[in-house]
Design a protein around this ligand. Structure first.
Ligand code: NAD
Length: 510
């Protein structure tokens, strides 16, 4: 395969364009709107620990904010506030909760520019993608605002005795919500909105690397009319210093976690001590399967979305490209040609389509995975290097000829690196795809509709994109199997995670 001439990306992060620097005063005004404290019982307060932590812009390495860092005592105060209003909140009419969520949807939409800029500043994604996340994240507020009014039970008769049977859905009670850094708004709305809709109170712990968006979102929920104590926010330097005391407290009823599988496993073990309801949205290792009859241009377009959205830092990101041997050369050439067109740089700059990694450790991890693939015989078609200078950048990369023993096949890459592997038969594609402990997203490109059902039978994944590289939506039940977790977020199923079912057997009237 001849791919010479595809080696260099355009790089915009050191160019200091006027467009970015012209926005500095606007950035300062925006950052001044973001509360730095902990949200406890409707008030933004300082931490009892007296400690703070810094938030950096990954495109420059500069500190952009200093936040209050919560400890165990703050965490329990936040849980106290949630517990104090749980009963009253559960009794509010569903319509009232629904309308708060609707107002929150409208406010987040009005503040789209602010939310998008905050996410680009603290996490690095290109501004246009951050706008996409605002739309996606806000949709959970609208969707669960609508679902709040439909939290109904069932009515039936016991078939043998004929007595009436009722079921009710009740709020599960105070929840701990823990979110990751990669989608700072959407991962918060995906949990907060169904919890509010169901009538639960909560403590939210956002990620240390990206607390700003969650803080501004919490303020927006207050502005939308959410009563004090329903949503409390405590983030800080040490995640377990916050989560352990809350999870050990008998008043907590549920934990909903989105993050890596190893942390999810620790939290599951911890949750067992208090027999907590759990929802776990964990890591992924998505196969992206291209059959010989696929429309290759559509597959490349889908691959760009599935791999490069969010700089590859998505749990749904295509991790392993499995391509039929008869089209692998053509697909690889077209994909590499599309990748080389990406403009790497500061996500706030015009035209940038690939931002920085979230921190230096992430760049080191990706570099290790690529070096491992190359050492085992992999060939770099494009990219394959760190970008020197300020910020945490790695070139978008395509690798072919690496064996499946390579770490890029086994591990979640979480960056803009696309390894491509061949297969010859449908059965082999399914076997390779399932050869992972993960089971979140999968993608299949083919023009044979019968294959859709056969592949959905064979693939052990909670999500499947058929001729589509981006499938997340508030109306869809999102979640994984195997080590990718349990429970679903979004859709009608998303609210059930925050309810418990009560059955009432009524005295036989006959
Ligand atoms: P992470 O597991 O390191 O952190 C996630 C959250 O857990 C953060 O708030 C962190 O502070 C907290 N945390 C870390 N250690 C903890 C501990 N011992 N106790 C309590 N909380 C702890 O994950 P990350 O790096 O923030 O996010 C990336 C991971 O998240 C990837 O594996 C990705 O696949 C996964 N993810 C999954 C989904 C999904 O829906 N399945 C969505 C987004 C991200």
């Amino acid at each position: 395969m001849g791919y010479l001439g595809l080696q260099s990306h355009s790089f915009g992060c050191c160019s200091s364009p006027a467009s970015r620097w012209g926005k500095v005063s606007h950035m300062k005004e925006l950052l001044a709107k973001v509360p730095a404290g902990l949200l406890i019982n409707g008030e933004w307060v300082d931490s009892i620990t007296g400690e703070t932590y810094d938030v950096k812009n990954p495109a420059t390495g500069e500190v952009i904010a200093t936040m209050q860092s919560a400890g165990a005592e703050d965490a329990i105060k936040a849980l106290d506030a949630a517990c104090a209003v749980q009963k009253e909140w559960a009794q509010t009419p569903a319509r009232e909760r629904s309308e708060i969520l609707r107002r929150a949807f409208e406010l987040v939409t009005e503040r789209a520019e602010e939310f998008a800029t905050l996410m680009t500043l603290e996490m690095g994604k290109p501004l246009a993608e951050a706008h996409g996340e605002v739309k996606y994240g806000a949709e959970y507020l609208r969707w669960f605002g609508e679902e709040a009014a439909r939290m109904n039970g069932r009515f039936g008769h016991a078939p043998d005795a004929g007595f009436p049977m009722l079921t009710r859905r009740k709020p599960v009670g105070p929840c701990l919500l823990i979110t990751p850094w990669n989608f700072p708004l959407a991962m918060a709305t995906r949990k907060v909105a169904p919890a509010v809709a169901a009538g639960c109170t909560m403590v939210l712990k956002s990620a240390r690397l990206t607390p700003l968006t969650a803080q501004y979102f919490a303020q927006t929920m207050l502005d939308a009319g959410l009563p004090s104590g329903v949503l409390n926010v405590v983030s800080g330097k040490s995640a377990s210093a916050i989560s352990n005391p809350i999870m050990e407290d008998r008043r907590l009823r549920k934990i909903s976690f989105t993050g890596s599988t190893p942390v999810g496993q620790k939290l599951l073990a911890k949750a067992s001590e208090n027999v907590l309801r759990t929802s776990m949205e964990l890591g992924g290792n998505a196969p992206f399967i291209v059959f010989e009859d696929a429309d290759l241009d559509a597959a490349v377009k889908g691959a760009m979305g599935a791999k490069m959205r969010n700089i590859g830092e998505a749990c749904t990101a295509a991790n392993r490209f499995l391509v039929h041997s008869s089209v692998i050369d053509e697909f690889s050439a077209k994909f590499a040609a599309a990748i080389v067109e990406l403009k790497v740089g500061n996500g706030l700059d015009d035209g940038v389509t690939c931002g920085p990694m979230v921190e230096q450790d992430a760049v080191d991890h990706i570099a290790e995975l690529v070096d491992d693939a190359v050492a085992r015989g992999g060939r770099i078609l494009v990219g394959g290097k760190r970008v020197e200078g300020a910020g945490y950048f790695y070139e978008p990369t395509v690798i072919v000829d690496a064996p499946i023993e390579s770490r890029v096949f086994r591990e979640e890459i979480f960056g803009p690196v696309a390894p491509i592997f061949p297969f010859d038969t449908e059965a082999e594609a399914v076997e390779l795809a399932n050869d992972t402990e993960y089971g979140l997203a999968s993608y299949v490109f083919t023009q044979d509709p019968d294959r859709m059902y056969r592949m959905s039978d064979g693939l052990e994944f909670g999500l499947m994109g058929f001729n589509s590289g981006v499938i997340s939506n508030a109306a869809a039940p999102f979640g994984g199997v195997k080590h990718s977790g349990m429970g679903r977020e979004g859709a009608a199923e998303g609210i059930e995670e925050y309810t418990s079912l009560q059955y009432i057997g009524v005295k036989n009237p006959y």
